[in-house]
Design a protein around this ligand. Structure first.
Ligand code: ATP
Ligand code: MG
Ligand code: MG
Ligand code: MG
Length: 564
């Protein structure tokens, strides 16, 4: 262990607050502010004070160690990025308002990186030329920027936040699967070491082929995600994926048939029809008429045919909005890609939707579109088919037991991207046979700053924060409950603990009652609290376990023996 110093509360640049911040909606938000870990700078933008920075660094350290252990190499890419690569991938327009955009003095467009697939692809294209250079896994722990529609819950959903993002590059599908597996296992170790209770759930794109995408969710009331969990088998899925699995195929609605109709309107031509710029690659399309949601296209990365809908609706009254609109109304609408690649849309809990309404099918391959979707017969502005809402007790798709629905925080997300970005940027390496081979990629994220809040949510109690040892800002919180003799004994304890390599927070503040200091210690949430109080003259201290609440009086030497 590295040498530790004693952090004195008398010098600590952080004040605890008695009152909850007025705008705080969640436990972690309230407690992290009150205990002096973070302070709000502007909406969704946070300053990390000394205690908070320690916890953040501890989370980063665990993440870094486990990423290094699977052979991933740490790099640091810029957060300030040029527009062009994001135009090549289509995300400059696809991201819409989520991107922070800015311009330099010469008028060139830039963005603050929300995630870095494009830039990593370019780095590898520059550095790797042969199959011998692959596989490679790269990661960074870096500040990300997303202009979230509703930054809330403190650091749980920031507009500036810390993410560990990594990217794998392989020459073959088996290689990608191996890189994905290594990440998945590393994530399990990371969250176990951090003490974060978590579930791995298949995510929407899982419907496109096994484990193409999985989310790591930390169950917590404050979470913005709902997931279904089977009490008898290991089935767990987010609601999009479970909705998909439970979809009955409607008897009256014949399965759509694929035909090659290159002239069928694409999402772009529909967009053009409705006044969206030609450069826009729309993903997750929501169509509103007079402010009401009337249709949704969820093509994943593919095209969707909403041309008929476009023709049906007068352009003047149609408004197109993108993915972020879903996040505001998760109760209303869910979409996903079905087993035959059909895009389906489910309207949830929409008061206007009568039971037994519709879906929209679309293209599943470039330039092909589904037939048998006839506006007026299959869907209209106010008529839908097949409405299913996943509810607690619905049958588990794998064993039939009644499902549970729980709230959770998304703390990690792993994807098999395939060749999407390699295609966009022409990322090839020279293969074994001397011919160019297109590279296949994965991308993997962990919300490092969000993990701090998720841990706070899961571990805090009515007295305050309560950190697992791996991330706590100190190992022991020594409280001088009195001047003179207690203070001297507390100083002695702190020096001895720090000397044996423990992180020590020493409450040496003058003029505060023992009660106030103990309340603060509980609020701050260091795993052990050592109090030098009434019996200091006999060398006796009280040792409290913050999590269990157990307390015991014992000679200081014995207490030191327990802790070191
Ligand atoms: P969410 O569904 O919560 O908006 P996301 O799916 O948009 O998250 P990803 O693009 O998968 O996020 O990013 C990887 C990880 O980064 C997420 O799993 C999450 O832990 C973290 N993250 C994403 N957005 C934020 C944010 N605004 N604030 C803090 N952490 C975030
Ligand atoms: Mg998001
Ligand atoms: Mg998400
Ligand atoms: Mg995600």
């Amino acid at each position: 262990m590295s040498t530790h110093h004693v952090q004195r509360m008398s010098r600590l640049m952080a004040k605890t607050l008695r009152e909850d911040p007025a705008d705080a909606e969640t436990l972690s938000h309230r407690l992290l502010v009150r205990a002096g870990y973070v302070r709000r700078s502007s909406a969704g933008v946070w300053t990390w004070l000394p205690l908070g920075k320690r916890v953040l660094d501890n989370v980063s350290r665990v993440v870094r160690e486990e990423m290094d252990a699977i052979g991933a190499q740490e790099v640091l890419l810029p957060a300030l990025l040029p527009k062009e690569p994001y135009e090549v991938s289509g995300r400059w327009s696809e991201y819409g308002d989520l991107l922070f955009r800015l311009r330099d003095r010469k008028g060139a467009d830039y963005l603050l990186g929300p995630t870095h697939e494009e830039i990593f692809t370019l780095v590898v294209k520059d550095q790797c030329t042969s199959y011998k250079d692959l596989p490679v896994m790269l990661y960074q722990i870096q500040t990300k920027y997303r202009d979230e529609a509703r930054p809330r819950s403190g650091v749980l959903r920031g507009r500036e936040f810390q993410m560990k993002d990594s990217y794998s590059f392989d020459v073959c599908d088996e290689g990608l699967e191996e890189s994905y597996r290594l990440h998945r296992e590393a994530y399990v170790r990371i969250f176990e070491r951090l003490g974060l209770d978590h579930r791995i759930v298949s995510a929407v794109s899982g419907a496109m082929g096994g484990s193409a995408s999985e989310e790591f969710l930390a169950p917590a009331e404050a979470g913005e995600d709902t997931f279904a969990d089977c009490p008898s088998c290991d089935y767990a899925a987010n609601t999009e994926a479970v909705t998909f699995a439970l979809t009955p195929v409607s008897a009256e609605h014949p399965p759509a048939e694929e035909v090659d109709t290159p002239d069928t309107p694409t999402i772009e031509t529909l967009g053009a029809h409705l006044g969206v710029p030609a450069s826009a690659t729309l993903k997750n399309l929501l169509v509103k008429v007079d402010g009401e949601i009337v249709a949704v296209g969820v093509p994943g990365d593919r095209e969707v045919d909403l041309g008929k809908l476009g023709e049906h609706l007068a352009p003047a009254v149609v408004e197109l909005v993108t993915a972020e609109d879903f996040t505001d109304r998760p109760d209303l609408v869910r979409g996903y890609v079905g087993p035959q690649g059909l895009e389906k849309v489910r309207y949830l809990a929409d008061p206007r939707v009568a039971p037994g309404t519709a879906w929209v099918t679309g293209a599943n391959k470039a330039d092909t579109h589904a037939r048998n979707v006839v506006c007026g017969r299959d869907f209209e502005v106010d008529r839908y088919l097949d409405v299913v809402v996943v509810e607690p007790g619905d049958p588990c798709p794998s064993c039939g037991t009644g499902l549970r629905l729980d709230r959770a925080i998304e703390i990690g997300h792993i994807f098999q991207l395939g060749r999407k970005y390699a295609d966009a940027f022409g990322l090839d390496v020279l293969g074994r046979e001397g011919k160019p081979v297109r590279v296949t990629m994965g991308s993997y994220g962990i919300g490092v700053s969000r993990a701090v809040a998720a841990l706070a949510e899961q571990t805090a109690d009515e007295r305050g924060l309560c950190w697992p040892a791996a991330v706590a800002p100190a190992d022991v919180h020594v409280v001088a409950a009195g001047k003179a003799v207690p203070l001297a004994l507390a100083e002695e304890a702190a020096t001895a603990l720090a000397g044996s390599g423990l992180g020590v927070l020493l409450d040496d503040r003058a003029g505060l009652s023992p009660g106030v200091k103990l309340t603060d210690a509980e609020l701050i949430g260091v795993p052990w609290i050592l109090v030098a109080g009434r019996r200091s003259a006999d060398g006796v201290v009280e040792l409290q376990n913050r999590a269990t609440g157990t307390r015991e009086e014992l000679p200081l030497t014995e207490a030191l023996g327990r802790l070191t």
